[in-house]
Design a protein around this ligand. Structure first.
Ligand SMILES: Nc1nc2c(ncn2[C@@H]2O[C@H](COP(=O)(O)OP(=O)(O)O)[C@@H](O)[C@H]2O)c(=O)[nH]1
Ligand SMILES: [Mg+2]
Length: 290
């Protein structure tokens, strides 16, 4: 493993069994392959957003089947690292008494790190989105912190003729209406994370979206997603946030090993005292890994 050498001075005093397990788990963490769910009506701009945010194009993989209810799987790969997207069906369907949807989501939800929910800014009503959201949170038990709501196509908000095409920004009047729409999303969905108002077509506030996405992702997934972002959106804030998550995961690994490895108490306390150095070394190597 190439990372062994960097950790040598910090880890050499520790037992071999610890070193082996540590590198094993570290490797696992570095190679974690994130999966993001996509929700929202057809035409809301899910594909456009993903194509704008990430470096590589999406390629279709096999479909995940729940008989007639299917979710489409896409992925992108850079240097052998894969990021998967699952285009989820459900918005606009009658879900309540549908056992196949239950089955599909029972299978799917546990593997999703986050669901990006795309709403169209100029849509008048999101009742079918709300219905589907309630189904996922109340009946399938998916937590609200696992959803990131995106208000896309901001350029289409009324008065849509006023969009500033030179600066790729809304007019003051549009900005007021976007703010109202954002409030409407908050009222309807009570989202855990801030609602991100963007335009995929106009590259409006995609930096903010990328930063919020990295923050919303679980710690073990954020670095693997940051790795795939378009360089424009791989900002300092994105990198810091992912690096800190990575440090947290490494710290958790050390804690777990202290708890689970059959080692003398004295050795365990020694590992505890070098934990911060291990985490520092790992964080300093973040850009090498990701
Ligand atoms: N004006 C505008 N059009 C958009 C925007 N995002 C997507 N579109 C267009 O909306 C249509 C549907 O987008 P697509 O990404 O295929 O939606 P999906 O069905 O949710 O994957 C396409 O014609 C896109 O070019 C946006 O922010 N502004
Ligand atoms: Mg699409």
């Amino acid at each position: 493993m190439p990372q062994d050498s960097h950790f040598k001075s910090t880890l050499s005093v520790l037992p071999h069994s610890f070193q082996t397990s540590f590198f094993n788990r570290l490797n696992h963490l570095i190679n974690y392959s994130p999966t993001i769910g996509l929700m929202g009506k057809t035409g809301s701009g899910k594909s456009s957003l993903i194509n704008a945010l990430f470096q590589s194009a999406l390629s279709p993989v096999s479909n995940v089947s729940g008989c007639t209810r299917q979710a489409q799987r896409f992925n992108m790969t850079i240097n052998n690292h894969t990021l998967t997207f699952v285009d989820l069906p459900g918005v606009g369907e009658s879900l309540e008494r549908d056992r196949e949807y239950h089955q599909l989501y029972r299978n799917l939800l546990p593997e999703l790190d986050l669901i990006i929910w795309v709403l169209k800014a100029d849509d008048r009503a999101w009742s079918s989105d709300e219905q589907c959201y309630r189904f996922l949170t109340e009946q399938c038990g998916y937590q609200s912190k696992r959803f990131l709501f995106v208000l896309n196509q901001a350029d289409k908000i009324e008065p849509c003729r006023q969009w500033d095409e030179q600066c790729h920004q809304p007019s003051p009047e549009q900005a007021v209406n976007l703010e109202l729409k954002e409030q409407a999303v908050i009222t309807a969905f009570k989202p855990h994370h801030p609602v991100m108002t963007v335009s995929a077509a106009e590259s409006f506030q995609l930096t903010e979206l990328a930063e919020q996405l990295i923050q919303a992702l679980p710690a073990q997934a954020s670095s693997g997603v940051a790795r795939q972002l378009n360089s424009t959106y791989r900002t300092q804030s994105v990198e810091n946030s992912a690096r800190n998550d990575f440090g947290q995961c490494v710290s958790d690994i050390v804690d777990t090993l202290i708890d689970t490895l059959p080692l003398p108490v004295l050795i365990k306390s020694t590992i505890g005292t070098v934990k911060n150095s291990i985490v520092s070394v790992a964080k300093s190597l973040w850009s090498l890994f990701f």
